[in-house]
Design a protein around this ligand. Structure first.
Ligand SMILES: *Cc1c(COP(=O)(O)O)cnc(C)c1O
Length: 377
């Protein structure tokens, strides 16, 4: 039987060569030519002056928030539909995440719900480019400027995505990327902070390197972290980055293939705002409300097709139950209940996509039949 995972890495470029080079040179820790080269090339890729490599995307987000001055007592506005790291990193700063709803047409932070979440303690807005689709940055920028807030981008799922023609990673004051094994490009575990601002970059570097003064060895003016990326991670990252255009192109081809094979299916296809270029990190659909998603997931699994339900809305998770301040967050809750991430790897063929799409059609029909059949019948 075919086995089709949701996402798997492709390591078909110079990854092995560069890793062997690290081993031969015994540069395996948090410094070396690959870390520098990967940072430089990634900055070029995002068209930003500064990129700071760290050991995972969560560390990147934590450093980004700290560099924006988020501290105990502050609040940060976070979309309710995203990965848990968005809220956890706010807590790592001693601050409180306050959840806002997402827009039904982009699945990202809905600017019209943000202002109602603001208090005198609000320090920052975290815009998440969910599943590869950019958030509506201009609207959020206006709001952040009006209220004197920092605008942080979580671009962990959106390498190469564009907002009004501009690449993510340079749209807010600071951004975080992830290179986890299932992301658009990978270093195994890894992350990057990008920013246009020299002072934020200096702060991020200080924070990731235990707080050591760059001009005075073993002098620590602040409490920092050891969030360094290893040279081996960076070696893999550099090789991945050499082929990043191919990775993004493949994601778009897979998305086009899905759009074709799913034509006429009773599902909502992923967002694609006029002002956005989605990079379809995960090809994500919403099932009809009357279809039991767990039946569809089970049925696809019997055909070797791995899927993933959308993230649970963060305000429904035990540590964050008070983050919605008791208000319903209807769009995020609805999408989370109906959404399904389909296999999305760069290695998928048109035939794979057709196989998954046909199985999805069939499993939706089957789930409907099972539902109307009386129990015990
Ligand atoms: C993957 C991801 C992160 C965290 O990245 P890690 O490298 O797994 O720590 C943060 N935010 C979002 C939206 C993600 O998808």
């Amino acid at each position: 039987m075919r086995k089709i995972p949701v996402a798997e890495p492709v390591l078909a470029g110079n990854e092995k060569k560069y890793v062997m080079d690290c081993l031969d040179a015994t540069w395996i820790s948090g410094s070396g030519k690959y870390v520098e080269a990967f940072e430089e090339r990634f900055a070029e890729f995002c068209r930003v002056p500064h990129a700071i490599a760290v050991f995972n995307g969560t560390a990147a987000l934590h450093v980004a928030l700290l560099a924006m001055g988020v501290q105990p007592g502050d609040e940060v506005i976070v979309p309710a539909l995203t990965y848990v790291a968005c809220a956890n990193t706010v807590r790592y700063c001693g601050a409180t995440p306050v959840f806002a709803d997402v827009d039904p047409s982009t699945w990202t932070l809905d600017p019209s719900t943000v202002e109602s979440r603001m208090t005198l303690r609000t320090k920052a807005i975290m815009a998440v480019h969910l599943y590869g689709h950019p958030a509506d940055m201009d609207a959020l920028k206006v709001m952040a400027a009006r209220h004197g807030l920092a605008l942080v981008e979580d671009a962990a799922e959106a390498h190469g995505a564009r907002y009004k023609g501009q690449l993510v990673g340079g749209l807010g004051e600071i951004a975080a990327f992830s290179f986890y094994g299932n992301k658009i490009i990978t270093t195994g575990e890894g992350g990057m902070v990008t920013t246009m601002d020299a002072e934020a970059a200096r702060q991020a570097r200080l924070l990731k390197g235990q707080g050591m003064d760059p001009n005075r060895r073993y002098w620590f003016p602040i409490i920092g972290y050891n969030y360094r990326m290893t040279n081996i991670q960076a070696a893999i990252g550099l090789a991945q980055l050499e082929r990043v255009d191919w990775f993004i192109e493949r994601r778009l081809e897979v998305a086009h293939a899905y759009a074709r094979w799913l034509e006429g299916a009773d599902v909502v296809l992923p967002p694609q705002a006029q002002w956005a270029q989605n990079v379809y990190w995960l090809y994500s659909v919403c099932l009809p409300a009357d279809v039991d998603r767990s039946l569809v997931v089970e049925e696809l699994a019997t055909k070797g097709i791995e899927t993933r339900p959308f993230f649970h809305p963060l305000h429904l998770l035990p540590p964050y139950a008070d983050g919605a301040k008791g208000d319903p967050i209807p769009v995020a809750e609805d999408l989370a209940a109906r959404g399904l991430n389909l296999p999305s790897s760069a290695s998928l063929t048109d035939d794979d996509v057709r196989y998954v799409s046909e199985a999805l059609h069939a499993s939706i029909d089957l789930a409907r039949q099972k539902k109307v059949r009386p129990r015990g019948g």
